[in-house]
Design a protein. Structure first.
Length: 313
């Protein structure tokens, strides 16, 4: 009896069809494809799995290289996260429009249309990143949440303040404590607080790392998914690349550029994978549950305006 004729195969097939029908029904009702739904939910799974490991793992296993904020991945990639995301999306569309010959981008008009939409989506995603992490008519949103919940920058030494802000004595944003030896403020950003060697204390501090990694991953995924063909196609291109690499049929850089031109998703996938991994490290090592949840929610909110809400209009 062959495997396809076995009773177990029939049972598995029926179960798979039921699961497929259920996921199709859910996807249709919430207007998300199965792939989109799985990817979006993966961040919630990442959160719970990270917390579970933090609680159950041995102390020496939890606290290691990745618990150090100065680790290479954090300093080189996460700290410059939106820059890497920008580079990846520029490369993706460059190879997609000028090298890939995708069926939906054959004419000049189609290329212009895709490019206009890409620029608009990038602008919105960047604005939301700026509003949450850099500036929002004063403090960025993440710092506003911190201050609104009772937070402040405290323990700022007078000499540090004098070096960075000579006019601090006439400024109303700094309050003198400890007879002029130290100052505190509710009006400076977390970045400035770190620069002044102050202590960010007292409030609910949304995780900027969680926000950035989810926001960047979702943006890259949702930009790339409309042009996705299949895993089989990706596997075929990767096998061709590996074979050519081993045979040294061209220079390494030419082979890599050829792979990107054949399938621009090979630019996006490694970075999304890195962001997901670094999010996992953040969920294990840093921030409270509440702070990570707020970062997660804000990571979802911004891009839903561009990619999800229009589906209901």
């Amino acid at each position: 009896m062959s495997l396809s004729d076995s009773p177990n195969h029939d049972i598995y097939d029926r179960h798979f069809q039921k699961i497929e029908k259920l996921t199709g029904s859910i996807s249709k009702s919430i207007r998300l494809s199965t792939g989109e739904l799985i990817f979006i939910v993966s961040f919630i799974a990442n959160f719970f799995l990270g917390k579970l490991i933090h609680i159950t793992a041995q102390h020496e296993e939890v606290y290691n290289y990745y618990n150090n904020k100065r680790n290479l991945f954090n300093q080189l990639f996460v700290k410059k996260g939106w820059g890497w995301t920008t580079l990846a999306i520029v490369m993706f569309y460059s190879f997609l429009i000028y090298g890939n010959h995708h069926p939906s981008i054959r004419t000049k008009q189609q290329r212009i249309s895709v490019l206009k939409k890409a620029i608009f989506n990038y602008a919105i995603a960047t604005i939301w990143w700026v509003l949450f992490t850099q500036w929002c008519f004063g403090l960025p949103l993440m710092d506003k949440v911190f201050v609104w919940t009772g937070g402040k920058c405290t323990g700022i030494a007078q000499e540090k303040l004098a070096n960075h802000i000579p006019s601090y004595g006439t400024s109303s944003i700094f309050t003198e404590i400890e007879s002029g030896l130290n100052y505190e403020s509710r009006a400076i950003t977390s970045y400035m607080c770190r620069k002044l060697k102050g202590s960010w204390e007292g409030g609910h501090d949304p995780s900027g790392h969680v926000f950035l990694l989810i926001h960047s991953s979702l943006y890259l995924f949702l930009e790339a998914i409309p042009f996705w063909s299949s895993w089989a196609t990706l596997k075929h291109h990767l096998c061709q690349f590996i074979r050519s690499w081993r045979l040294a049929t061209a220079s390494k850089s030419q082979l890599l550029m050829g792979l990107f031109a054949q399938d621009p998703h090979t630019v996006i996938i490694p970075l999304i994978s890195l962001w997901w991994f670094m999010l996992f490290m953040t969920n294990i090592y840093f921030h409270s549950i509440g702070e990570k949840l707020v970062g997660l929610v804000f990571g979802y909110i911004g891009l839903s305006v561009v990619y999800y809400i229009p589906r209901w209009l």
